[in-house]
Design a protein around this ligand. Structure first.
Ligand code: FE2
Ligand code: FE2
Length: 267
């Protein structure tokens, strides 16, 4: 079966790119299951319940989050009730929501998904390696195919988690740094891996935010409120082909779809 994994959706331009490109990609690539990281979908920080529903309507089967999961507090109710919206699994016990799930693909195959956050140059959550590994052991009883969103800053931590879970999951895909890396590969025991899936958001920006505001913060070292940039957006994703019986990946291909200026004038 083919899985599409979509990188961090940023603001209105990111949601517009999902709407514009996702349904066509699902048809064109015969996608059976779609995961998207949506931690930046609401104005760059967090996700609202309405936007979660909107993204699902475009064809996303499972939404993962990251360090911005608490950006919109109204999402907490969704995290507690909707098994298709995940927060990072390695928060301490008692935190609302879940970080692992099993959902049916479009053709009915059970697919396990785990959202996990790195801890290098990020909040000190519980160990991503041990937490994700324990979740794999639980999900394995219900699903042959397991996908992991490794939301992390440090390349080394992402590569290490990919190797650590090689052969135990179908894919480890990195998110959070918003720039797609070119190291897609099938690891030696059959896990598809990419260090960062990239961003689904405005191209003329610094990681989705208005460039002038980010530069101001770097130049002055003073607090500056960021805003999502405008203009044409790109959707960044990977298509992973997975053997449904064994759970091993056979291919991983990076995909980008970019809006034109003309499409924004006459949508
Ligand atoms: Fe992000
Ligand atoms: Fe993030």
């Amino acid at each position: 079966m083919k899985v599409l994994f979509v990188g961090d959706v940023v603001g209105r331009p990111g949601r517009r790119a999902v709407k514009r490109f996702l349904p066509g990609l699902i048809d064109e690539c015969e996608i059976d299951f779609v995961v998207a990281n949506a931690e930046n979908a609401a104005g760059g920080f967090g996700l609202t319940p309405d936007m979660s529903d909107e993204l699902m309507d475009y064809g996303i089967d499972c939404i993962t989050m990251g360090n911005h999961v608490w950006g919109k507090k109204e999402l907490i109710a969704t995290l507690e009730t909707n098994p298709a919206v995940l927060r990072p699994i390695n928060y301490p016990d008692g935190v609302p929501g879940r970080g692992e799930t099993v959902l049916p693909s479009k053709s009915g195959t059970p697919v396990g998904v785990i959202s996990v956050c790195g801890t290098t140059f990020m909040d000190r959550l519980c160990c991503p390696f041990k937490t994700a590994s324990a979740a794999v052991d639980r999900l394995r009883k219900q699903a042959v195919i397991i996908l992991v969103d490794m939301h992390a800053e440090a390349t080394s931590e992402k590569v290490a988690l990919g190797k650590y879970l090689d052969g135990k999951v179908s894919a480890v895909i990195g998110t959070h740094t918003h720039v797609q890396t070119a190291d897609e590969q099938i690891l030696s025991a059959g896990t598809a891996y990419l260090t960062d899936c990239g961003m689904t958001g405005p191209v003329d920006s610094v990681l989705g935010m208005k460039s002038s505001l980010v530069m101001k913060r770097f130049l002055t070292r003073m607090p500056a409120k960021f805003e999502v940039a405008s203009g044409p957006a790109a959707l960044s994703a990977v298509v992973i082909d997975i053997d449904s019986a064994m759970g091993k990946a056979s291919s991983i291909e990076r995909i980008t779809r970019r809006e034109t200026e003309e499409q924004l004038i006459s949508p």
